[in-house]
Design a protein around this ligand. Structure first.
Ligand SMILES: [Zn+2]
Length: 276
């Protein structure tokens, strides 16, 4: 049988995830992997094939895929946040790839507006433009520092002035692979930098604080807060002198590798020059 050539289109944009219940990509059931036949008898997902109703990928791809006339897509994020972490600020860059579109003459601005209209309060996308294969690797391989807003809870009150003495200087952290990811990541010690930008009390919540943090790519932020019994040294708990835990986490910005501000890729590739 002759293999038909595969045609792909790439679109690129940024997303903001405004909820704590949305995975970035399709969350297939680990038991049946969403297989159309096997999932019917699967007890883990009760035949649904997935463990979440939707994802950033699906909310965007359902709208765009309908316009392109294909459901086959791949979502490439510039890194990812945990399901329960919001992605705010200017959003996270992504490329969405569609296979064998039947229609290619689509209005990206109208589709962007449609995605945002349907997902108000959950997901926003912006800057949707034509992209190309080479951007996928760029997105995947470029290391990004990140800025976070971390809501922490401490066992006792923090001396904010003392905490701020460590602010705005780069602190080297030795971080052993956290227990929660040890089953899928090599157990080793990584050296990463963090910068404390601001510490302020959370109004009306005793011993809760908002910490603005900038961290090198690949830093495990939840463990930077607790220290995880000496697996992250120093931790915010150690630096502040009071045991702290992470209550909520928001990514506020995706930065360059040295913590510099990224300039938005503002390129519009004419339709005729799309990768095939
Ligand atoms: Zn299943």
């Amino acid at each position: 049988m002759q293999n038909l050539p595969k045609v792909k289109v790439f679109v690129e944009g940024r997303y903001r995830k405004l909820t704590r219940d949305l995975p970035q990509t399709v969350y297939f059931c680990p038991e049946c992997k969403g297989h159309p036949r096997r999932r019917k008898k699967c007890e883990r997902c009760e035949g649904f094939g997935k463990l979440s109703r939707d994802s950033v990928q699906e909310l965007v791809a359902w709208v765009l895929g309908k316009a392109f006339g294909t459901r086959k897509n791949k979502f490439h994020g510039s890194g990812r946040e945990d399901v329960d972490v919001r992605m705010l600020g200017r959003g996270r860059p992504f490329v969405l790839e569609f296979l064998n579109p039947k229609e290619k003459d689509v209005d990206l601005a109208a589709l962007e507006a449609e995605v945002n209209r349907r997902n108000e309060g959950r997901l926003e996308i912006e800057g949707l433009c034509w992209s190309q294969q080479s951007r996928v690797r760029e997105l995947k391989e470029t290391p990004h520092a990140k800025e976070y807003a971390v809501r922490i809870r401490s066992v006792g009150p923090l001396d904010i002035e003392a905490c701020m003495e460590r602010a705005n200087s780069r602190i080297q952290v030795e971080q052993q692979t956290p227990n929660r990811v040890a089953h899928r990541r090599a157990d080793k010690i990584r050296e990463r930098w963090i910068e404390i930008l601001e510490v302020s009390p959370f109004e009306d919540f005793e011993n809760e604080y908002s910490v603005r943090l900038r961290t090198e790519h690949g830093t495990y932020v939840k463990e930077v807060v607790t220290g995880e019994e000496g697996r992250s040294i120093p931790s915010l708990s150690a630096l502040f002198g009071v045991a702290c835990e992470c209550v909520e986490l928001d990514v506020m910005d995706i930065l360059g590798s040295e913590g510099d501000e990224l300039s938005a890729p503002k390129r519009t590739i004419p339709f005729g020059q799309l990768d095939a």
